[in-house]
Design a binder for this molecule. Structure first.
Ligand SMILES: [Zn+2]
Length: 479
């Protein structure tokens, strides 16, 4: 089967996009672009999660409707994806009529595992989540994420029989048919399952939260926002009314952040099992990005807009930094000095210079000749392996070994001295070797830095009279 479905999580539209989500977009984009290079039929889906009390609350404060707020913020996310050159095929919004209709159909298909019961417990609208008695006690009744009291809730809710599916999910994780990466995240879910999965509340009374998808045949309730948001991964493929999902589901990879692991490692798989659908092949869980070593939060006032970076350095440098210098299997930090160091040393000096040192000599000595260059072929098993494990950082390490190796070759071979000696045949041979390596590098970095890859291909297309020249990653003075 050559169909490939990859998703990001869908962020909640209560705030502007931050660099952590930008990283998630880029990671999934690498996988989608790689799959296309491998001639697979790809659907790459992203989107926004738009219902729930938090959106309603914020809309009231802004004196607009929840839908107006959702429209406004959703657009910021699609703008960011475009700015980052994200090659998504679909952008789903949970307020789309199709999603709503399908979420209601899915609810009905899940009905054998849904029951009504009264719920007594604690809720934080800031998190759109329920909390246990223990969690509430630990924090003296105040939500640590939002500095507001947990709300005591006593209401009739619908529940989903999550408890029924723990064992099956566990088995799927252990036999890797549901492969959670990295391994420690897989352990986290196994521990959670071993501690026992409770059934979960999946609706809210309409008189408390109105901004949600109505439950079929019950006008008093709306779906809990998390529950219907998870469904986006199959409603975007037309499930259940269109056939398309049959050729694209299960997803090859679902990319999510570690803060929503529980939803994607336990609740979502249980929903799929209840529907009789397969679990995603891989759930890749990325870590957090800190800013100058501090957690990024609106309340801390230290958020940085991805635009600030992209506007100065462009999308490829941004993509490079977050793919290589934030560990794929852990947390990482952004700060300007680390970023500028990576830009200057690795992109400008190493990659940019290798290109420049090669093309300059071609232009100086062989400008009139049409030369066709074969692409070098190194053993790239390490690169392929790293990407199959969503280790974007390692894949780029492998590429950079080649970049450094090539620079070393140029330093040692000194083509400019060969030119002075007048041995043009030898010079040409050396330059062709350099160019063939750079063309191979351009293919390897294609999924990571698509514009740069394309420019390199154009620069080293020496079999035509038309010349394309550009300095890759020019040295910049940040104002
Ligand atoms: Zn909270």
């Amino acid at each position: 089967m050559s169909n490939y479905f990859v998703t990001t999580s869908i962020p909640y539209v209560n705030g502007d996009p931050h660099i952590g989500y930008a990283m998630e977009l880029i990671q999934a984009d690498v996988l989608a672009r790689l799959a296309r290079l491998e001639k697979k039929q790809v659907i790459f889906s992203i989107g926004t999660d738009e219902h729930g009390g938090k959106i309603a609350e914020k809309a009231i404060a802004l004196k607009i409707t929840p839908k107006e707020l959702a429209d406004k913020i959703s657009l910021k996310f699609s703008d960011l994806a475009d700015k980052l050159n994200i090659s998504y095929d679909r952008f789903i919004r949970t307020t789309d009529a199709d999603h709503i209709k399908r979420a209601q159909a899915i609810w009905q298909l899940l009905e054998k595992d849904i029951y009504k019961a009264s719920y007594v417990g604690w809720y934080c609208t800031g998190d759109e989540a329920f909390f246990t008695e223990t969690e509430v006690k630990t924090h003296n009744g105040i939500c640590p994420n939002h500095n507001r009291p947990f709300e005591k809730i006593e209401e009739e809710n619908y529940f989903f029989r999550l408890s029924k599916y723990g064992d099956v999910i566990k088995e799927a994780i252990l036999n890797k048919t549901f492969n959670i990466l990295p391994e420690n995240k897989s352990h986290e879910i196994l521990t959670l399952i071993d501690s026992g999965l409770d059934d979960i509340s999946i609706s809210r009374p309409k008189d408390k939260i109105n901004w949600g998808i109505k439950i079929p045949n019950d006008n008093s309730q709306v779906m809990y926002v998390w529950f219907e948001a998870l469904m986006n991964y199959i409603t975007v493929l037309g499930y259940p009314d269109s056939e398309e999902y049959k050729s694209y589901w299960p997803a090859k990879v679902q990319v999510v952040g570690k803060d929503i692991l529980r939803f994607h490692g336990a609740i979502w798989p249980a929903m799929l099992l209840s529907l009789g659908l397969q679990l995603p092949e891989k759930l890749y869980v990325h870590g957090f990005v800190t800013l100058n070593g501090l957690k990024i939060g609106k309340s801390l006032g230290n958020a940085i807009s991805p635009d600030e970076i992209i506007n100065i350095y462009g999308p490829d440098a941004f993509r490079y930094y977050f793919l290589r210098h934030i560990p794929s299997y852990g947390d990482g930090d952004f700060n300007w000095s680390l970023f500028e160091k990576a830009y200057n040393n690795e992109l400008a000096n190493e990659l940019g210079n290798a290109v420049q040192r090669t093309i300059t000599l071609f232009d100086k000595y062989f400008a009139e000749e049409l030369i066709s260059i074969n692409i070098a072929q190194h053993d790239i098993a390490g690169y392929t392996q790293a990407l199959s494990e969503c280790r974007f950082d390692r894949a780029l390490d492998v590429v950079w070994e080649q970049v450094r190796g090539l620079n070393q070759y140029i330093d040692e071979t000194k083509p400019w001295e060969i030119a002075q000696s007048g041995d043009m045949e030898h010079l040409k041979e050396v330059l062709i070797y350099q160019a063939s390596n750079l063309l191979e590098i351009s293919i390897l970095i294609g999924p990571f830095m698509p514009n740069t890859a394309l420019n390199m291909k154009k620069i080293f297309n020496l079999s035509t009279k038309e010349k394309f020249r550009q300095i890759l990653f020019p040295k910049l003075d940040k104002k």
